[in-house]
Design a protein around this ligand. Structure first.
Ligand SMILES: [Mg+2]
Length: 144
């Protein structure tokens, strides 16, 4: 099994580099359990993504253009797993989750770590995302 990880507001705060102890131990535990891991980030800052991935000692795809499928294909190659054996964990419906569904992986939506994020995300993506999440919750399509 493999897990694709979003970076910003999933593993670290947006544009930050401090990795919490919790995240480090979660990653170590996942590795011990035999999960193949890979970071898939849309961040423009390719160097930062590389540094984070190196510190966690996992492969990465930067400038992934989620929800496009190309980045996911690259991730599958790095992970050595097919879509059916893979899950993505991310904080955004219109990039991580939509992209994950298009690529045919299992999807796990987490709450963003922090409210600070790319202006476009905050202004354009979050309001309809909140509406959709409320809608899915009412229909019982989402946990908690
Ligand atoms: Mg994110």
């Amino acid at each position: 099994m493999a897990i694709i990880l979003d970076l910003d507001n999933t593993l670290v705060r947006w544009q930050q580099e401090d990795i919490s102890l919790e995240v480090v131990s979660w990653i170590e535990e996942a590795k011990k359990l035999g999960f193949a891991l890979c970071i898939l980030s849309n961040s423009f800052s390719g160097h930062r993504v590389k540094r984070m991935a190196e510190r966690l000692n996992i492969p990465f795809v930067r400038r992934a253009k989620k929800p496009g499928r190309a980045g996911f294909q690259q991730a599958f190659r790095l992970l050595g797993h097919h879509a059916e054996q893979t899950a993505i964990i991310g904080d955004q419906l219109f990039t991580d989750i939509l992209g994950g569904n298009r690529a045919g992986v299992h999807t796990i939506l987490v709450n963003p770590m922090h409210t600070r994020e790319f202006l476009y995300t905050r202004i354009i993506s979050r309001p309809p995302e909140r509406m959709l999440i409320r809608h899915f919750r009412r229909r019982g399509h989402m946990g908690n």
